[in-house]
Design a protein around this ligand. Structure first.
Ligand code: DGY
Length: 329
């Protein structure tokens, strides 16, 4: 086929060689810059001609963007989360939206355990102290942290990632409680976990780990009241989405010892500006949204997003579609 007849696909960001191979000879690609928090001007100008949009989670796919793209047949988000996409607006226009569940479960669960352990054993403070000359001697009371064995881990949201964390945490001898709108008998049986209300989970847990999608219902789910109801010795772990936690309330909680510490892979806002007060707190570990950041995982996410995109261009059902109702129209 004459390449100029192939459908135009806008890829919001430059990705490593090979990650978009599945799209080769199937569409014309216009690719944005490597690091961008919004669609580049060049890509935005081409929206009227685009049939496919391959987006990362930093791109707001909203009414403004969609109204410029009358020929769009598919939005393929290279992420499991899709709170950057106005799904309702896409559905209204008959546009299926794809995401990439499954392939990042283990990577994200590993990172969650990594920052949970780092917070439990105060690695951030210990590393800073060592580098900055405060390692004077082996001190029996220096950098004392928390044991995992026997500690209660409260998992908020028992989806794929929550379940993968339960499996890992059970291996460390943690007691697991969880809150979720649905029952999960297999998790209860396999790991001796108990399903409880969110209120009980916050009160009882030594570690609270968040694994819910960002929606109107979960926005600021962890607010001042929630943080005050946690144990003063508890640690909060967030590898889901930043706005699930109210940032100002978290700063207060960490400054005023309502809780003992936090480990965040996600923040609100993102990226967190270099002069943000959260960075001043030694009991707050922050990493830049790297839950899925392994070569293997990211490549599989990229490929899954290609598969969704191709299906959408061909008018087939997306293998991983977040708005299946679009097919009922
Ligand atoms: C996702 O896919 O939603 C993750 O947050 C990316 O790490």
């Amino acid at each position: 086929m004459d390449p100029s007849n192939l459908p135009l696909v806008l890829v919001s960001h430059t990705l490593p060689d090979g990650w978009l191979d599945l799209l080769e000879n199937r569409c014309r690609l216009l690719i944005g810059p490597k690091d961008a928090n919004e669609l580049s001007d060049e890509l935005f100008t081409e929206l009227p001609n685009a049939e496919g949009l391959y987006s990362l989670l930093t791109i707001k796919v909203d009414e403004n963007l969609l109204s410029q793209a009358p020929r769009l047949k598919v939005v393929s988000n290279m992420a499991v989360g899709f709170d950057n996409v106005d799904v309702e607006a896409c559905t209204k226009r008959g546009i299926p939206v794809g995401n990439t569940p499954g392939v990042l479960t283990d990577g994200t669960a590993d990172l969650t355990m990594a920052i949970l352990l780092a917070a439990a054993r105060r690695l951030f403070e210990a590393n800073l102290d060592a580098r900055e000359g405060r390692w004077i001697t082996w001190s029996p009371t220096g950098w004392l942290g928390k044991d995992l064995r026997g500690a209660i881990l409260g998992i908020v949201g028992m989806g794929k990632i929550g379940s993968a964390i339960a499996k890992r945490a059970a291996g460390f001898g943690m007691k697991i409680i969880f809150s979720d709108p649905n029952p999960h008998k297999e998790i209860e049986e396999k790991f001796g976990a108990n399903q409880v209300s969110i209120e009980d989970l916050l009160e009882e847990s030594d570690f609270v780990s968040l694994h819910v999608p960002l929606t109107k219902q979960t926005h600021h789910m962890i607010d001042e009241g929630a943080l005050k109801s946690m144990k003063p010795s508890a640690l909060l772990i967030n590898t889901s989405r930043g706005p699930i936690v109210e940032t100002d309330a978290l700063i207060n909680a960490l400054e005023n010892d309502w809780i003992a510490g936090a480990a965040l892979d996600v923040t609100d806002p993102e990226p967190l500006p270099a002069d943000h007060p959260l960075y001043q707190l030694p009991n707050c570990l922050i990493v830049p949204h790297i839950g899925s950041a392994t070569w293997n995982t990211r490549r599989r996410m990229a490929e899954r997003a290609c598969e969704n995109l191709l299906a959408g261009l061909e008018g087939k059902r997306l293998p991983f579609c977040v708005n299946p109702e679009v097919y009922e129209r």
